[in-house]
Design a protein around this ligand. Structure first.
Ligand code: WTA
Length: 649
């Protein structure tokens, strides 16, 4: 590890939207006068009714109320499509790169996008969907996923995208949670050369869906599927029955745009709600500045639309900016570990945005897969999802960027809508592993975890909070505003608590150290340990389960489950497999435990609270310093856990 720093090149500083002087001045303005700053920035969108009020936000206990541009009206789809038609109707809006490299990419122009989204919106209307209704989108990475999102936005319906890797049970919970009128799915989802039977998963989900919900099915592979009369409809058949004319619905800036479920430290996933105006202003602005996006550039974010990264940086941010955005159906390692670079070269990608876990996986396959692809179009490389370790950073910098392309390490969350801490390519000197400095309008503070006191010195280590609102902030948890307040605003009253720990160095740079709650980060996917635990205890053989994260070379964190069995159940290898598969069925492949340790008992305090600190240490194979175990009800269970630990590296 070196402490070498990486200043922007002169060329980048000269052409970028912001150099250091501009960043400093704009940041200062955004903090001193948020109203004035965002009043101007809001103008990047087309408003039907112009706003007169800009910021009206409160983080006060009992009154968490966040509104931006609250008297303005606009339509998100019109901002992402219609307003570009006059100037860039024939420009490619979406480049769709299918799973199979031999299938050939599709280039969808803004004009085609307009027709397809309008038609899709009319199909939804014909199915009875209107303003404020919920639509669940359970699709592979195909253009129809973007059409579906934009079609909802066009008619004022609220979409809730469910990652296609989630199981039928997880899908059912999300459909029931929002009482969705329609679930949009596809026959099959091709990924890495294999087809997932998405429609069959959706059918299984419908066994548990208790709401009055119809299904709209996209034909992707043509694989045979059963259609249920009266409930299921083919998109292509419905499209034949409606026209392409669908005027965009004027929406209030504070009308919900989407719900996106994400994991927390307790209970079931919560439906994060983002609204129309502020979210789009923030997604568009961060997309432009963080990636230094310029007209004509080709932008590729490799995330899935099932995550917030796909919402903000495949669909909404880029399209609001009139960009060309790449949508990729496949995986980084199929047909081989050169796929990302082959696609970058093929489409002359200018900005490339991925997760550290993907970089580590590709790094392990060797440099040979990068060499031979012409990556000279690359101008900016980005990462998101977890802290990037210096080895991966240097590989990204040296092997992919050949030392000439700036890296932006962007820290943000589903809750934040867009980047909160990030370098800007023409402004910020980077340090490998640091998300560097706040974006415009963001006021981070580091607090002492126990007391909540702000650490005022430049160098600080503690928990990361944000003291004031920004336009992209989530507004509430769907159907549970109290939980919103409880989760984010009560631990440190008056502030938004991120759930992350961080360090601030002598230069004021932020270094995210990871979650301080019971959320783990597996391959850049957020997972509540409580969710995996409740899946495990739903199995007949399981008496109790406790789940923690442990360091994993590729995934960042792996899932380590301690399981105590019901009396009479034998701790066999077969059962271990069965439990793993069971969790996969309950939540999805990403939740499958990497290691399962059968334990006669879990370490508990005398009041019955599981001591996770001890379980984490043992999972990390660091049991020399377990700290104080004197409060344990049965100290001897710890000896058994250590003796039979599963991670010995
Ligand atoms: C983590 C993803 C370090 C963090 C956009 C956060 C990061 C959680 C970074 C949110 C980063 C995201 N460096 N950690 N650059 N980006 N994280 O909601 O722990 O899926 O709280 O949003 O990912 O995950 P989420």
């Amino acid at each position: 590890m070196t402490d070498k720093t990486y200043p922007p090149t002169d060329a980048m500083a000269a052409t970028a939207h912001a150099d250091k002087v501009t960043y400093d001045a704009m940041y200062a303005h955004s903090i001193a006068d948020p109203d004035g700053f965002w009043r101007d920035e809001g103008q990047r969108l087309d408003w039907i009714t112009p706003y007169t009020r800009v910021k009206n936000t409160s983080f006060a206990a009992g009154n968490i109320d966040i509104r931006w541009f609250e008297d303005g009206t606009l339509n998100v789809a019109a901002n992402c499509i219609d307003r570009h038609l006059a100037t860039r109707g024939d420009q490619t809006a979406i480049i769709w790169e299918p799973d199979d490299p031999n299938q050939g990419a599709e280039h969808i122009t803004y004009r085609q996008l307009h027709a397809d989204v309008s038609c899709f919106a009319n199909v939804l209307k014909a199915m009875g969907v209107g303003r404020g209704d919920r639509v669940v989108i359970y699709l592979p990475m195909i253009p129809q996923a973007a059409y579906a999102m934009l079609a909802c936005a066009r008619i004022g319906a609220i979409h809730s995208v469910v990652f296609a890797g989630f199981s039928a049970d997880a899908l059912a919970a999300r459909v029931n949670g929002s009482a969705a009128k329609v679930v949009i799915t596809a026959d099959e989802a091709p990924r890495g050369g294999k087809n997932t039977p998405l429609k069959i998963n959706a059918d299984k989900a419908f066994d548990k869906i208790t709401t009055d919900t119809a299904m709209l099915v996209v034909r992707r592979t043509g694989g045979a599927v059963a259609m249920k009369d009266g409930r299921d409809h083919w998109l292509h058949e419905m499209e034949g029955q409606v026209g392409n004319d669908c005027p965009p619905e004027p929406m209030n800036a504070e009308d919900p745009l989407f719900i996106l479920y994400t994991s927390g430290s307790t209970g079931q996933p919560k439906g994060v709600v983002h609204c129309t105006g502020g979210y789009l202003v923030y997604a568009a602005m961060t997309h432009q500045y963080t990636f230094d996006y310029h007209d004509g550039d080709v932008f590729w974010c490799t995330a899935d639309v099932g995550w917030v990264t796909g919402h903000s940086y495949i669909v909404y941010g880029p399209l609001a900016n009139g960009a060309t955005t790449v949508m990729f159906e496949g995986v980084p390692t199929w047909p081989d570990a050169g796929r990302f670079w082959q696609v970058c070269a093929k489409h002359k990608v200018n900005q490339f945005y991925t997760a550290p876990t993907a970089i580590r996986a590709l790094m392990g396959k060797g440099e040979g897969f990068v060499a031979g692809h012409d990556l000279s179009a690359l101008k900016v490389l980005g990462t998101v999802g977890e802290p990037i370790n210096p080895e991966a950073w240097h590989w990204y910098n040296d092997v992919v960027g050949l030392g000439r392309v700036p890296i932006v390490d962007t820290w943000w969350q589903t809750e934040t809508g867009g980047h909160l801490l990030t370098p800007l390519p023409g402004a910020t000197t980077t340090k490998p592993g640091s998300a560097t400095l706040p974006f415009f309008g963001i006021t981070p503070v580091v607090l002492e975890p126990e007391t909540g006191r702000e650490i005022a010195t430049t160098e600080a280590e503690g928990v990361l909070c944000i003291t004031d609102s920004w336009p992209g902030q989530m507004r509430t948890i769907w159907g549970d505003h109290d939980r919103f307040e409880q989760t984010y605003f009560t631990q440190y009253p008056g502030m938004f608590f991120s759930g992350d720990g961080c360090r601030r160095d002598a230069d004021g740079y932020y270094w995210i150290t990871g979650r301080v709650d019971d959320v783990i980060n597996v391959s850049g996917h957020r997972m509540g340990t409580a969710e995996v635990e409740s899946a495990l205890v739903a199995h007949r053989a399981v008496n109790e389960a406790a789940v923690v994260g442990y360091p994993h070379d590729i995934k960042g964190q792996g899932i380590y489950a301690y399981v105590s069995l019901m009396a009479g159940e034998a701790p066999t290898e077969a059962l271990r497999k069965e439990l793993s598969e069971f969790v996969r069925g309950e939540i999805g492949p990403i939740a499958k435990p990497d290691l399962i340790q059968f334990a006669p008992g879990l370490p508990k305090t005398r009041s019955g609270k599981i001591m996770r600190r001890i379980l984490r240490k043992i999972a990390e194979n660091d049991f020399g310093a377990l700290g104080d175990t004197s409060t344990l009800a049965e100290p001897e269970v710890v000896d058994d856990l250590i003796a039979n630990r599963m991670n010995r590296v």
